[in-house]
Ligand binder design. Sequence first.
Ligand SMILES: [Zn+2]
Ligand SMILES: [Zn+2]
Ligand SMILES: [Zn+2]
Length: 223
Amino acid sequence: MESMELGHAEKIIGVGNNYDMKHTLNCFEIVHWAKKENREYDLIPPVIEAKNVIMRNLVIEQKKKFRFFEIESPFDNTCPKCKGSGEIYKFFKKSVKVNCHICGGSCKITNTCPKCKGSGRYIRKWKGGGGVNLECKKCEGKGKVKVNCLDCKGKGKIKKAVLSDELKSTTPCKKCRQLGFVTIQSFKKKKKSKPIKTQKTLFQPFPIKTRSGKSLADVIKDS
Ligand SMILES: [Zn+2]
Ligand SMILES: [Zn+2]
Ligand SMILES: [Zn+2]
């Protein structure tokens, strides 16, 4: 699909010099509503495409600046699937080097001394029996030793896959037909359900009779 030029898209939506996502979506909503009111249905797809072009640019811009993007939707009935953008964005992954989570980049970790098992001391046994309690030479009695971090192999950095700011693909949102908001019509369609069939039975009161054979109505009449 050939994308519309950004400048052309801005003209269609009518956004000014300083605009953001919210502003763009707001303007789009108004323009879209006007086209519908004027029954200019053929102009609606280019309006949607123009909005998408601007949104794509704003999303990439935000991603470059802050490493993430957030769509601030001005719609009352924002589409839950695309959060109001009308498209679903996917970014390329890239590998970056970050500080190792285990050693925090220091390359070393503190471990329990393998020689004294953390006690800091050891007993040297004499041949003739008995022995002497000595300070562990490996850890100098601390019970702990510094060793190369196993996670980063002593390098201090690990590779991590993060999302780049390069857009891989955009998928049109089917739920809102790229509008970003869910129209009342699509709500109605969803709520259509079969009417529950119930059999109507007439209410027939059972005649209550007294011992004398009079009905309840007769008793009330007489009293
Ligand atoms: Zn949507
Ligand atoms: Zn490490
Ligand atoms: Zn030790």
